[in-house]
Design a protein around this ligand. Structure first.
Ligand code: FNR
Length: 325
């Protein structure tokens, strides 16, 4: 019972879907500001993340690979609502990654839908869908090994019966929710989303089902989110491309213009990357230059630019005083 307290609940929610190169920290914070309840990070492969060390900065917590690449960046503002998605085909390595991130995230998700070769050739992503024993081993190991909720994101199988049988097996592992992208692994965004499959899944399990795949066919406005949820008979909805095109789709009062969204986005990029830039004075100078072009000339955000520039220059002076290049 104690384990359940304060845990992220996946029922009746809207979520920003995991998106490689899109679902970075500034985008996730924007989606939360606009009204998303839950945000997923871009998929991170266990092979690259299991050896990360944690680096705490002024505004962020970074998970840094041995080659110094930041594999996952998060901050306190999203702590109770960010889901870390991993690509894995190895229960033990998955557990190492999950334990590494569990104190800084709200839940851990396993990607079981990616059809790209870089996932499937290692037995990850949609390759897992044809290996239910592996799925059970990974999810059970995670559920038993960490204190945060564990979820997975699947694609549908080629028959309704197989899809329902698989999700029933998944539910038995103790996962907190299942996100269902209503397309088969061979299908592309141009193919219609199979709401009937998502509905059958939702009817066959008692955990929350998060409907996904509605961006091309159904979801163009905030109101359409509810239409998609109802059509799929699901508890929750997850949006990828509709939110990538304009994350203010989560705004109950209506979407903002792309120009307004970009201003908000630049503010978050500045807030969440300054700490990284100040590690090097030369990089810091570059960031000030890029911001001046973007803010002053493209977006007319001169006041914001001047204020941020003054802050960054103060940090630069402090760095130079300390002799840290
Ligand atoms: C994706 N998708 C995806 N899925 C996933 O589980 N992990 C990931 O890292 C990614 N990366 C990703 C990047 C980009 C640019 C796109 C467009 C999509 C798939 C995504 O989460 C979702 O399942 C599909 O896009 C269908 O949902 P929509 O777009 O119809 O809302």
């Amino acid at each position: 019972m104690l384990k359940m307290m304060g845990r992220l609940c996946f029922a009746h929610k809207t979520a920003l879907a995991p998106m490689v190169r899109v679902g970075t920290l500034p985008m996730r914070l924007l989606a939360l500001d606009y009204g998303a309840d839950i945000v997923y990070c871009e998929v991170r492969m266990d092979i690259y993340t299991h050896t990360c060390h944690i680096s705490v900065h002024l505004n962020t917590v970074d998970f840094v690979a041995p080659d110094e690449r930041v594999m996952f960046r998060t901050c306190s503002k999203e702590k109770g609502r960010v889901v870390f998605q991993m690509g894995t085909a190895d229960p033990e390595r998955a557990l190492v990654v999950a334990k590494l991130v569990e104190n800084d995230v709200a839940a851990v998700d396993v990607n079981m839908g990616c059809p790209k070769e870089y996932s499937t050739k290692g037995g990850m992503g949609s390759a897992l869908l044809s290996d239910p024993e592996k799925i059970e081993a990974i999810l059970s190991t995670l559920v038993n090994g960490i204190s945060k909720p564990v979820t997975c994101k699947i694609r549908i199988l080629s028959t309704l019966e197989d899809t329902v049988n698989l999700v029933k097996r998944i539910e038995k592992t103790g996962v907190a929710a299942i996100a269902v992208h209503g397309r088969m692994k061979e299908e592309r965004p141009r193919h219609p989303v199979h709401c009937d499959y998502i509905q059958a899944v939702a009817e066959s399990v008692s955990i929350p089902v998060i409907a996904n795949g509605g961006s091309s066919d159904i979801v163009k406005t905030f109101e359409d989110i509810e239409k998609f949820r109802a059509a799929a008979g699901a508890s929750s909805v997850m949006l990828a491309r509709a939110a990538m095109w304009n994350p203010s789709i989560f705004r109950q009062q209506g979407a903002l213009s792309v120009e307004e969204v970009m201003e908000d986005y630049i503010r978050y990029v500045s807030d969440t990357t300054a700490a990284y830039f100040i590690r090097s004075v030369s990089l810091l100078c570059m960031s000030v230059f890029c911001m001046s072009v973007l803010c002053s000339e493209v977006f007319g955000m001169t006041d914001f630019y001047n204020k941020t520039k003054a802050e960054l220059e103060a940090r630069k002076a402090a760095l130079q005083t300390n002799g840290d290049q």
